[in-house]
Write a protein that binds this ligand. Structure first.
Ligand code: HGY
Ligand code: MN
Ligand code: MN
Length: 413
């Protein structure tokens, strides 16, 4: 049990930091556009670094820009790691990832104020490029940290304009000198908003994330022949858009067939030459499928591949389906989940086990150390949208659970 049962976070201070961070990359509709390795990301990192140093932490940055703020323990043992990500979607919200990073910062602030020195060091991490919207795949820096992908897979990733991850990282005023992973971590706990409707709908304060659902990302390219929209007879056309339209509807059917847990999404699409009076000669788009059950995800994968070929042939196209990433379903650490459940109860809060629909850096950390996640509810389950919102009370509840769980883990040897 924690050695200081009465420790609590300062909600006003946490909320003030959340709102100040939200001003960096703020969008007119009230969201955030602070995509990985952009000037907005750089400004957010600079503010975060300043706050970490004011909280008495030493900040280091690894070879992919992930930032680690360390509070020494009384013993030189592998640290307890807490944190999440500050990068956002282009029309993201104020809290996805950010609550986990600034909630962990609040933990560091409370420890500094209280003078409590835990046995283990505690480190706070801001992972680079969790979202994967600018540089695919998602959770890229944590995947390299966990040894799942080689550094080159990140450094050579390119965004839709062809900008290279490594070159964009070099433009950031970061001293990326720390090694990427390869060190022992005692435990990782990530606080995050649920990004779904369950906790709010059922009246819970906290979610104990027992499983992270699996997901697969693909890139599709279909090629036909671009010609005049007004003089090319319909039967002779090789219309790449028609192939894509067929496949989008088949993917919807696959998602629904494997519902309610199964999900299938086409989120990004590029048409060439993208002229209103030319039949699309080429179309490139993304596929995102998800399921909490490994076998179901495999079945969906097979159905996606068959549908890709069927739609290509129906429109006499050429094309490729490329694998971008595969993350199997992740069971989280039972022992840490018990700590989170117990600390939730000790605070007089209500919690329930839950599956994560979204991907998180914790999915990769679970491959190298005992890992679990704490969810807070979010309004109407909305996320990856500018109206994403949480209540102050939910932020306080989740962050107090993080505080107490981190202390308990850092007191254990
Ligand atoms: O895609 C996801 O689930 C996460 O937001 N990167
Ligand atoms: Mn996130
Ligand atoms: Mn996200």
């Amino acid at each position: 049990m924690t050695t200081r049962p009465n420790l609590r976070i300062d909600l006003d201070r946490l909320w003030s930091s959340l709102m100040e961070m939200a001003e960096i990359g703020a969008t007119p509709a009230g969201g955030c556009n602070r995509q990985a390795l952009t000037p907005e990301d750089a400004r957010g990192r600079a503010l975060f670094k300043r706050w970490c140093e004011q909280a008495g932490c030493t900040v280091t940055v690894d070879g992919l820009g992930s930032m680690f703020a360390r509070r020494e323990g009384t013993e030189n043992l592998p640290p307890v790691l807490i944190g999440s990500h500050l990068d956002t979607q282009p029309t993201g919200g104020k809290f996805d990832g950010v609550l986990g990073v600034l909630g962990a910062l609040e933990v560091m602030r409370v420890l500094k104020e209280s003078g409590l020195r835990t046995r283990r060091p505690i480190e706070l991490v801001n992972w680079t490029n969790e979202e994967g919207c600018r540089f695919a795949p998602a959770m890229l820096a944590s995947a390299v940290f966990a040894g799942v992908l080689p550094p080159a897979r990140a450094l050579d990733a390119r965004d839709a304009q062809g900008a290279r991850f490594g070159d964009e990282l070099a433009k950031m005023d970061l001293e990326c000198s720390a090694p990427i992973g390869g060190r022992e971590i005692a435990a990782y706990v990530e606080l995050h908003i649920e990004q779904g409707p369950i906790l709010e709908a059922e009246g819970f304060d906290v979610g104990f994330v027992a499983v992270g659902q699996g997901h697969r990302w693909y890139d599709v390219a279909y090629r036909g022949f671009g010609s005049h929209a007004g003089s090319t007879p319909m039967p002779t056309r090789r219309d790449a858009m028609a192939g894509a339209a067929r496949l989008v509807l088949e993917l919807q059917a696959i998602g629904r067939k494997h519902g309610p847990a199964g999900m299938a999404t086409v989120g990004e699409m590029h048409v060439a030459p993208n002229s209103r009076n030319i039949i699309p000669g080429e179309i490139r788009f993304t596929i995102d499928i998800r399921h909490p059950d490994h076998d179901m995800l495999e079945a969906m994968d097979a159905e996606v591949r068959a549908a890709f070929a069927r739609c290509r042939d129906a429109e006499r196209l050429e094309g490729e389906l490329s694998d971008v990433s595969y993350n199997p379903p992740v069971p989280f650490d039972a022992d840490i989940l018990d700590i989170i459940r117990r600390q939730t109860a000790a605070l007089g809060l209500k919690g329930r086990d839950i599956v994560s629909g979204a991907g998180h850096d914790a999915f990769h950390l679970a491959k190298v150390c005992p890992t679990a996640m704490i969810f807070t509810p979010c309004k109407d389950g909305i996320s990856h949208h500018e109206s994403e919102d949480i209540t102050r009370e939910w932020a306080e509840a989740g962050t107090n659970v993080l505080l107490r769980a981190a202390i308990e883990l850092a007191e254990r040897v």
